[in-house]
Unconditional design. Sequence first.
Length: 660
Amino acid sequence: MLLVKDRSILPVMLLVKDRSILPVMLLVIKDRSILPVMLLVKDRSILPVMLLVKDRSILPVMLLVIKDRFAHQVCSTSLFPPLSSQTGYLVLIAAMLVARTYCDVWMIQNGTMIESGIISRDINLFKKHFYSYIAVISGIALVNNFLKLGLNELKLRFRVRLTKHLYDEYLKGYTYYKMGNLDNRIANADQLLTQDVERFCNSVVDLYSNLSKPLLDIGLYIFKLTSAIGAQGPASMMAYLLVSGLFLTRLRRPIGKMTVTEQRYEGEYRYVNSRLITNSEEIAFYNGNMREKQTIHSTFKKLVDHLHKFIFFRFSMGFVDSLIAKYIATVVGYLVVSRPFLNLADPRHMNSSQPELLEDYYQSGRMLLRMSQALGRIVLAGREMTRFTMRITELMKVLKELNSGKYERTMVSHQDKESEAVERVPLVPGGGQIINVDHIIKFEHTPLATPNGDILIKDLTFEVRSGTNVLVCGPNGCGKSSLFRVLGELWPLFGGQLTKPERGKLFYVPQRPYMTLGTLRDQVIYPDTYEEQKRKGISDQVLKEYLDNVQLGHILDREGTWDTVQDWMDVLSGGEKQRMAMARLFYHKPQFAILDECTSAVSVDVEDFIYSHCRTVGISLFTVSHRKSLWKHHEYYLHMDGRGNYDFKPITEETIEFGS
């Protein structure tokens, strides 16, 4: 902002070398000229910049320089979109800050005159300023509460925009899966997307307030103090600000990393507690309460040990902060304000009477005290923001890289030294080619490998067309689930060529189906919405037929309506959830379905009907199961031996029995 001679406030935008756009507040006294400014730019630091104008007054400029382009994106694109409601609240806050600064100056001057009237026993002087105070207090209260309103609304709107932006990236494609399973740079994404986003947005708005108001205070107090005690006093305070700001900025550097560690330990502690709740029945059967207690105490101890260190560090920083930003600043203020009064040769006070000296001292002292406090707030500004900026910018960076196909994971290869003798092909994530063609799944010289590079099958080649069902079998860890993850594009293709239908024409039914939050209807049509169901022209009567096909019609009769909302993960039994997942499969009617032990809790007769019905409606199946009763529903089997070999052969009467 620019304060010119007529006291109007003008916005100034500054483009620095790293392409960050920064708001700069400049105060130019007595003339309308704008002079060159020297900028001290440092990585992610809040630094004071000194501005010397023509009348020899030294003024501060505070800059928040964010060199990281992802952090800059957070603050510019996500929080400060052009011409939005946020901009209006920024203007409101700026206006209220200016008004509040003038109110503070007026309160100092008016309060001094009231005290002067009391001390001098001048009842007319006292009444004049006392009644003035009564007349304006409602307006001052209104300014303060408008400021609080603007700050709170801005925090909420920033949080809404940033949350929407992050979830747009997080739920784009399979990014949410990749973050938790392919990339381990972000732990406890749930906490980052909820608590940390809220705290970050609060700290951004607080930073705006904690910089703007003190800067306005300093500018206005300098203007008043220069005429009262000269330019040397404010100049000394500015010099002190520069030195203390640089010093405290350097001392605060460990806060960011310590906060990241604290939030990670907090997330781990919440996770072990949630596991206890989720798996309480299994733990009870194992009588594992003491073992879980040991795990929880161990996790909690790690958190407590770190918090002890963090508390001691904050104690040390709090001591230094308060000493430098509050008490020493006050000492400097006393030295500055007393100098013209103790200097008997100072021309400003040579002919002043005792009451006039007292009045000038009270005004100058209080203004300098307020200016010292403003300097202290500037020095401490950004302390909270530093704690969460690192975590949010890291989240932004990881989301962007995952959406562009890049991931990082610290993993140890499970291939032992014996396998090192086998020729290894350099693996590049995304090195293979995926071709979308309906009614066919074809692997051509495709290596089946885990994301960390372990090769399960070096060269996988087979072809399946619609109308052909395949039974997939083999020991645990042989690559059955890995095959489906590559097929579903959850894992990258490292080489070769994969021909398959588009994602929406493949459907995966796991052993433990997912039941969404919502109505009974939502369980059948997931992930579609009711509006999408209506667009497809599928009536509720058809949904009822799907439930009847899997012998779940009694659930609708029991609940009475499709719009019943329950915690379906608890309401439905294991077998009912598996049958509900098959009803969901019938609703979507994909070209191919992957059935991963998804009928293990279903009776054989119901299972037999489900497989027959899939053939009737034209759904081709890849089935993982060890039930011999399912052979008759499949034409081929894909057997993996867990040592890198596989067989893809038709099922005949002479087929050797495999599996358990």
